[in-house]
Design a protein around this ligand. Sequence first.
Ligand code: PHE
Length: 340
Amino acid sequence: MLEELLQKLQAITADAKSALSAASTPADVEAVKNRTLGRNGAITALSPMMGKLPAEDKKAAGMAFNEAKQGIQAALNEASARINEKKAEEAPAVDVTLPGRAWPFGRKHPISQTIDACCSIFRRMGFIAVSGPELETVWYNFDALNAPANHPSRDPQDTFYLPDGRLLRTQTSPVQIRTMLGSKPPVRIVSPGRCYRRDTPDATHGVHFHQLEGLYIDKDVSLADLRSTILKFAKEYFGTDVKVRMRPHFFPFTEPSVECDFSCVMCGGKGCRVCKNSGWLEIMGAGMVNPAVLRNVGYDPEEVQGFAFGFGLERLTMLKHRINDLRIFSDNDLRFLKQF
Ligand code: PHE
């Protein structure tokens, strides 16, 4: 009985070893493992014989089992190592001296960078940034802002209308209305965003462009507050020696209305091509919110008042980076965009 068991173990071991020396793939090795040491393998199948042996033979049989198992396991390991080594030799060599692959990073569009910079300056002055829809109704874009019924900007020549009567907002000012309708004073917001006008595209006009709107409503807000806010912004954005001047203007939603000029950031006010030798750059529209607008949103003009301003972000970006054609902002040319 013992003799028979020992012979069988030896035969299985010898058979496994010769099969492994001929193995050339990991699957060959796996197959030998399964048919010897596996759950239904030949060695496993012999274990019931152990129980039937006389007690004095059990020790020898146990040792023979262990020897067979260890022998086969060693041959399995050896075959796997040999196959892996061969695979490594056949694989193409890695040239560790080659430079790594550059990972291209995206970056923010220059207009987005201007938006971030402006919002951060105004945030430090207590303004929070909000956004509004680009698709607007006539009421938000014109009526509530006190635009007269015959105002030329309402004309389909100038404004993109949808068949249902809605329009692509021509300015960020409707966000003033949305904000005031949605909250009680005090209100202190800025709102950057895209606007649309039916202009013929050229170096300084596009059918879409970006504005940043500002609105401050509280008790006792004056034109002097507007002036100091704009001056602070100008200095933060362009540098400490920028000056601001206000000229009378007209907007339906502000009274009085002003146009704010910054001293020319190119020539420092001496006069150059960019400022057409005037020393000043027209930057933004602004004014004290018209009492009619305050009434349209349910505010009492006797109780609160405030100022609003709005400016073009393309122009600001062009001045800062000395860009002379705004069409380049929407060309999607990586050679341009990568410079920011
Ligand atoms: N909405 C005006 C424009 O597009 C700018 C503006 C905003 C003027 C706020 C006054 C107050 O020209």
